[in-house]
Design a protein around this ligand. Structure first.
Ligand SMILES: C[S@@+](CC[C@H](N)C(=O)[O-])C[C@H]1O[C@@H](n2cnc3c(N)ncnc32)[C@H](O)[C@@H]1O
Length: 216
């Protein structure tokens, strides 16, 4: 069976062109991508080079020192986020899967950014509830029916002017014709964020849709 195609709403040749004209991700992220696609199911959940590099740049633009991620998987987006942090920066990343988190750690530790990453294996809402202090940026990329709960748990912990970044908000285009529970959850979540006066927001057509919500 061939590997699944990476997820993108723009045509693959355009995605490839954009990636070729974007800062290269380097050998560790390339190897992590290869191993994920070769050996882990649902590899296309991984954000990939274009969105990953964009996440790194967002961390830099916000001047973030503390970042929290919901949905580690094999650690691609986490490493991109950590690359954008200063040397004494901190990324807390949450997942329930020990195996994929262990694989992530193997790759993070090949880089100087591994020491910035604290991975917590537990339901994310529990981890978020225990987080102390404020964060500059949060990245939500886990089970879609809990997006609203993650957003509500994280927003009070984000400083004014900080960002909540939410992945898959176009959900392969299914937002236009929602059928299942995940589709309905994303549609309801998008409507809620669009009307949320606590944040300024933009829904970008990057990869599978990405919402940036800046706390007022
Ligand atoms: C879309 S993947 C994350 C992809 C990752 N950001 C990347 O770019 O490689 C979603 C992850 O959310 C995790 N997840 C699902 N339910 C969760 C929960 N309740 N708490 C924490 N993580 C959860 C899954 O185990 C899965 O690894």
């Amino acid at each position: 069976m061939s590997a699944p195609a990476p997820l993108t709403l723009v045509p693959q040749p355009i995605e490839a062109y954009a990636t070729a004209h974007t800062e290269p991700v380097g050998p560790v992220l390339e190897a992590l991508r290869e191993e994920t696609y070769a050996s882990v199911s649902r590899a296309q959940m991984q954000v990939g080079p274009l969105e990953g590099t964009f996440l790194r740049m967002l961390v830099q633009l916000v001047g973030a020192r503390r970042v929290v991620e919901v949905g580690t998987f094999t650690g691609y987006s986490a490493l991109c986020l950590a690359q954008g942090l200063p040397e004494d920066g901190e990324l807390v990343t949450c997942d329930v899967n020990e195996e994929t988190t262990a694989m992530a750690r193997r790759y993070w530790d090949q880089t100087p950014h591994g020491k910035k990453i604290r991975a917590v294996v537990a339901p994310a809402l529990e981890t978020i509830a225990g987080l102390e202090g404020s964060f500059d940026l949060a990245f939500i990329d886990a089970d879609k029916t809990s997006y609203d709960a993650y957003y509500e748990a994280l927003l009070p912990k984000i400083r004014q002017g900080g960002l909540v970044v939410i992945d898959n908000t176009l959900w392969s285009g299914r937002v236009l014709d929602p059928q299942g529970a995940d589709d309905q959850a994303i549609v309801a979540f998008n409507a809620k964020v669009a009307a949320d006066t606590r944040v300024e927001k933009v829904l970008l057509t990057v990869r599978d849709g990405m919402t940036l919500a800046r706390k007022r």
